[in-house]
Design a protein around this ligand. Structure first.
Ligand SMILES: *[C@@H]1O[C@H](CO)[C@@H](O)[C@H](O)[C@H]1NC(C)=O
Ligand SMILES: *[C@@H]1O[C@H](CO)[C@@H](O)[C@H](O)[C@H]1NC(C)=O
Ligand SMILES: *[C@@H]1O[C@H](CO)[C@@H](O)[C@H](O)[C@H]1NC(C)=O
Ligand SMILES: *[C@@H]1O[C@H](CO)[C@@H](O)[C@H](O)[C@H]1NC(C)=O
Ligand SMILES: *[C@@H]1O[C@H](CO)[C@@H](O)[C@H](O)[C@H]1NC(C)=O
Ligand SMILES: *[C@@H]1O[C@H](CO)[C@@H](O)[C@H](O)[C@H]1NC(C)=O
Length: 433
């Protein structure tokens, strides 16, 4: 009932307009949410569960050749390490902001909504003639929604697809599955026209899930929209993602960009722009970093992480930019180096997480492409475990062990404007307005 209610809200508030060109975006006030962090035990349990979910999510790709990825990472990160001052010019911000914002073709901006306290964001999609809300996930490539015949609990409290009622549906019937948290989602593939914003991908391959893990029970979104590269799509061994289809069918320019709103900024509205950038949401330049080849993820070199301006890494790290992850999941040694510089931080060895003072004033910044982007103290705090102590949003975790991968989720992303440049295989960041 709660979810049904939320879905109604989302239908009303997710407005879609496509900028042809320079139309003003509608501003919608977000409803203030009730804090989910009042159960102190829950905060640690939740952080630990999120780490496990992230590790499981990234264990989906056993075919990844870690040796070859490791070589690619070494060469890209070594060059980042050696040429810090050159990197911005080396990377070459190929598409200038100017070209992007003035493009009258194939650009479409629409509102997105956050789940809980910025855990993730979702948008409305229409498959054939049926509406769903879809979690926008740059850390995976599968697009699926519950099938009508799914009996999992997570399908009962979400919208499900009735293929017999869509005149444009074409069955394909290839089995697929993907691992999430404590379970998985699986089913068969089908094709239909899928509309997002004001653009429609024709004959898009998607998954009809007849088994959905309980981790999706509390989510407001019905299904998942993967926005990483096609090679990671577990459907039809690398089927084109929704974004790829839109690009291939010439519906959008080959890029997309996020402004992920902050749940404490009530008058702020998150947006996704397909085919361009939403210039009302950032200031200054967009600085790009090249995608490290070979993974299929949006992985780029992280040049350094700083606490109050003090560097903590002596070597660049590969960072996966994942809008579907909430926190920062980083190699344990790096987490230790960072927390060592946060006054009052303590390591909880039982749960392998850090506890920091809730009133910390520490600012962690990440350097991408030679520019530092801040994570303010309010986002360094995940959730309180007492009146004065909080779980840190920086979680020690081995993602794709033994690679020293950083998984950059919303703790970082909601504080920047992010551009996923499919055409030039680079990720750009700008300071949020
Ligand atoms: C708090 O959370 C823990 C762990 O999720 C749970 O076991 C406990 O029942 C919760 N307590 C309350 C009062 O909701
Ligand atoms: C993985 O990549 C390395 C280096 O590119 C290569 O030597 C090796 O044969 C590859 N392994 C597999 C199983 O493909
Ligand atoms: C960036 O790319 C453009 C077009 O490919 C090229 O003309 C320009 O010289 C490049 N700039 C740098 C600094 O490499
Ligand atoms: C649900 O329907 C699909 C075809 O749309 C079929 O492949 C699958 O076996 C069915 N699952 C269940 C649990 O009935
Ligand atoms: C990276 O730079 C740091 C600091 O300049 C240096 O200590 C380290 O040896 C360098 N590493 C590599 C692999 O070049
Ligand atoms: C944070 O709170 C503690 C008490 O829990 C207090 O001693 C300390 O001075 C506070 N620090 C700041 C920076 O406000």
């Amino acid at each position: 009932m709660k979810l049904g209610f939320l879905f109604i809200i989302s239908v009303i508030t997710i407005n879609s307009i496509c900028a042809y060109p320079n139309k003003q975006l509608p501003t919608i006030n977000l409803v203030k949410r009730v804090s989910v962090a009042t159960n102190y035990t829950n905060a640690i349990v939740k952080a630990v569960r999120m780490r496990q979910a992230a590790i499981n999510k990234y264990s989906n790709y056993p075919e990844l050749n870690l040796t070859s990825i490791s070589n690619e990472i070494s060469s890209v990160t070594a060059s980042a390490n050696k040429t810090l001052s050159d990197i911005a010019s080396n990377i070459n911000g190929t598409i200038s902001d100017n070209i992007l914002s003035k493009s009258t073709k194939g650009k479409c901006t629409f509102n997105i909504k956050n789940i809980q306290q910025d855990e993730a964001y979702y948008a409305e999609i229409i498959i054939g003639n049926q509406k769903f809300s879809c979690l926008l996930d740059t850390g995976s490539s599968n697009l699926w929604i519950p099938n009508k015949n799914c009996t999992s609990a997570s399908c009962q409290n979400h919208n499900s697809f009735e293929s017999s009622k869509s005149p444009t549906f074409k069955s394909e019937g290839n089995p697929w599955s993907i691992l999430y948290g404590s379970g998985s989602a699986s089913g068969v593939t089908g094709k239909d026209n899928i509309k997002i914003g004001q653009v429609t991908a024709e004959d898009q391959i998607f998954g009809l899930a007849d088994l959905v893990s309980d981790v999706f029970l509390p989510l407001e979104s019905d299904g998942n929209c993967g926005m990483a590269f096609d090679s990671l799509n577990t459907m039809d061994s690398g089927a084109p993602t929704l974004v790829s289809t839109l690009i291939n069918q010439n519906k959008i320019n080959p890029l997309f960009s996020f402004h992920c709103s902050h749940y404490l900024d009530f008058d702020d509205q998150g947006t996704l722009t397909l085919g361009g950038v939403d210039e009302s949401k950032f200031t200054g330049e967009i600085t790009y970093s090249p995608v490290i080849p070979g993974t299929g993820f949006w992985s780029i070199p992280l040049i350094d992480a700083l606490v109050n301006g003090e560097p903590t890494l002596n070597l660049a790290r590969p960072a996966i930019i994942d809008t579907g992850t909430t926190l920062l999941m980083i190699p344990p040694d790096d987490a230790a180096a960072i927390h060592k510089q946060i006054p009052g931080s303590e390591y909880d060895s039982q749960d392998s997480i850090y506890i920091i003072p809730c009133n910390t004033t520490a600012v962690v910044s990440l350097n991408f492409g030679g520019v530092e982007y801040n994570i303010p103290p309010r986002d360094l705090i995940f959730s309180p475990i007492s009146g004065t102590q909080c779980v840190s949003s920086i979680i020690p975790a081995y993602i794709l062990e033994p690679l020293p991968i950083w998984l950059c989720g919303q703790t970082f992303l909601k504080n920047v404007y992010s551009v996923f440049d499919v055409g030039n295989k680079q990720v750009g960041f700008a300071h949020s307005k």
